[in-house]
Ligand binder design. Sequence first.
Ligand SMILES: Nc1nc(O)c(N)c(N[C@@H]2O[C@H](COP(=O)(O)O)[C@@H](O)[C@H]2O)n1
Length: 161
Amino acid sequence: MTIYFYKVWQPYGCFSNFSPHGIKIQGTYWSTVEHYYQAQKFVGSKDAAIIPLIHQATTPEEAAALGRCSSRQMRADWHQVKTQVMREAVLKKFLTHTEIRDILLGTGEELLVENSPNDYFWGCGINKTGENHLGKVLMSVREEIRKRFSVTAIAEKHLQY
Ligand SMILES: Nc1nc(O)c(N)c(N[C@@H]2O[C@H](COP(=O)(O)O)[C@@H](O)[C@H]2O)n1
């Protein structure tokens, strides 16, 4: 069964980058993954002054609107690094928040798909042909967390003897 998610208030809303689960990366706290992701677009660019405004945005929608403003110049390598930026932030989110980590692990091997009607890169788009990179990031994070936890469990078992 495929698990579709998109808006925070819909089923599996905690998989959305707009969900209210903060992350701390390199000493800075970000209110949502979306805040962090949108800010990273401008690291080292001539419009880096927007970063603190994205950081302080009161909602992820506001952070996204600031980051999507087409008159600002994004970093030159954004399209090469954006998936790795997203993966780092999503991994941090699910390592930080136990309750949603359990929801992610509870999806087993199901296919996870961001059901965005207009995003054919992060989501599947209206006709379901999109690349679904957010779903792929989540499935890869699910796998990594599972591996990390099984290594920890094995190590703890050895310590008991
Ligand atoms: N508009 C909107 N509302 C939501 O509730 C969403 N989850 C998304 N999708 C997210 O938008 C981000 C991509 O932003 P850019 O197009 O690269 O600026 C990414 O976090 C998607 O998951 N969009």
